[in-house]
Design a protein around this ligand. Structure first.
Ligand code: SAH
Length: 451
């Protein structure tokens, strides 16, 4: 197979990024914008020894699994890789992805795979969006999203998985920038001021936060912008964040307030949470509640247990569990999040919790070394890269009866389950939750027990 060859191929599978997979005489091709079941005419754009990448030229026979993407820029934008699949097919893809990863990477066997918990309406679920600000080829100011695997911005007027207010907020910011001649940040020359706009909305409270990320120390005419944004119903907090680093990390560490509160509030179940810009908060409020209910169920608490919640963020899972446990300890690396966690415990009158700032893999081993306290249940909810191996070893040393693993990446989950299974633990139940409809991402919560 050579570059620029044109071939006709049947799409038989889908990879982790949502690209269709087809084989021509044993040679594997990855083809964006194709769906399992398509017969497609494809142009080879990159040919390696054993596999290559193709570009869709023409759909010879479209798959029955196909639907018309609702969003007009679904194919260019990197956000929703699965919009061309019906929701039912998306769910099948995710269940298979979890099973395949756990079996192949983790060698996990004989566990109960529960059907994925789906959304009734898989649109407009995201409570948070981070829009890069830039210019298009004609030099017009745009906000939008990065095109898949690139850093070029695709202008986006109405994101169908985001909240409605995003558009009005972005329009106000763009008009303000034009009026006061404020330049967007240029990622190549590191010049310009406005880098990103972060918007968060509390699903139950309706409270909105806007944070403008700037490559500078002050937002000129910030008070004018604040005045214009403040009239939007629900607006509670307007800030800016200073980020002068040459980095892909969006938020800078320094946050300044322009107007309103330092944080917004939201509710999950009966518990009210305060959320700062730097704190992690689950993006799908409807599914989060279902996820935490499962975590609680898998923790199997009777009221007598000592529990650790590792990678606890603003203490969401910790406080969810605290009402049913004797004591909950939480650890989290972001100091602001722990400040929120402590406030959240106080606000909800929960006293049997204790929070630590630091790396889980440093804080927990040191804590166990000094206290030797027996722990009944451990909950972990790490970022995509999964748990640090030192932490996994410490967890096993602590000998909890149950471990509840909440994961946003089934490949690293599988790796960690493999390690835990080698050390005397057994994966019992695997429960996927569809937190990110239209995208390839899948959340999983597992119950693991001591053998
Ligand atoms: N359980 C929380 C947060 C989960 S996200 C919730 O459901 O809301 C993962 C969290 O791990 C983030 O808050 C991140 O800041 C934190 N984190 C990342 N690396 C860490 C580490 N090494 N030790 C402790 N926390 C870490």
């Amino acid at each position: 197979m050579n570059k620029n060859d044109i071939v006709t191929v049947a799409i038989t599978d889908i990879n982790q990024d949502g690209e269709g997979i087809g084989k021509v005489d044993g040679y594997t091709l990855f083809i964006k914008d194709t769906v399992i079941g398509d017969i497609a005419k494809v142009k080879i754009i990159k040919a390696k020894k054993n596999y290559g990448y193709g570009k869709l030229v023409e759909l010879v026979i479209p798959s029955e699994k196909r639907v018309q993407p609702r969003c007009q820029i679904a194919s260019q934008c990197g956000g929703c890789q699965l919009q061309a699949y019906s929701y039912k097919e998306q769910l099948i893809f995710k269940e298979n992805k979890v099973k395949n990863n756990l079996g192949r990477i983790g060698k996990v066997k004989d566990c109960e795979y529960r059907p994925i918990i789906a959304m009734e309406d898989p649109w407009h679920y995201r409570n948070k969006a981070q829009f890069p600000v830039g210019k298009d080829k004609e030099g017009n100011l745009i906000t939008g999203f990065y095109a898949g695997r690139t850093h070029s911005i695709i202008a986006c007027k109405e994101c169908l998985i985001g909240v409605e207010e995003n558009q009005e907020i972005l329009t106000i910011i763009k008009n303000f920038m034009m009026e006061y001649s404020l330049e967007p940040y240029n990622e190549k020359t590191y010049t310009g001021l406005i880098r990103h706009v972060l918007i968060r909305k509390g699903y139950h409270t309706g409270e909105i936060m806007v944070c403008i990320i700037i490559n500078g120390v002050k937002l000129p005419y910030g008070e004018v912008l604040a005045e214009r944004l403040a009239v939007i119903p629900g607006m509670k907090s307007i800030m800016y964040s200073i980020n002068k680093e040459k980095t892909n990390v969006i938020l800078g560490k320094e946050i300044k307030k322009l107007w309103g509160e330092w944080a917004i509030k939201d509710r999950i179940g009966e518990i009210v949470f305060e959320i700062s810009p730097l704190s992690f908060y689950q993006v799908n409020p409807i599914q989060t509640e279902k996820l935490y209910q499962k975590a609680l169920e898998f923790a199997g608490l009777s009221g007598k247990e000592v529990v650790w919640d590792m990678y606890c963020g603003i203490g969401t899972i910790s406080l969810f569990l605290a009402k049913k446990a004797k004591k909950v300890y939480g650890v989290e690396i972001v100091a602001e999040a722990i400040e929120n966690a402590k406030q959240n415990a106080k606000r909800n009158g929960i006293e049997n919790v204790e929070f630590f700032v630091g790396k889980a893999e440093e804080v927990v081993p040191a804590w166990y070394e000094t206290t030797k306290e027996h722990v009944d249940v451990i909950v972990v909810d790490p970022p995509r890269k999964g748990c640090d191996e030192i932490l996994l070893h410490t967890m096993v040393k602590m000998q909890p009866e149950r471990i509840v693993y909440v994961s946003c990446d089934s490949a690293t989950l599988a790796r960690d389950l493999g390690i835990l299974e080698e050390m005397g633990y057994k994966t019992e139940i695997v429960q996927p939750v569809d937190m990110f409809p239209q995208t390839v991402a899948v959340e999983v919560v597992c119950q693991i027990i001591r053998k």
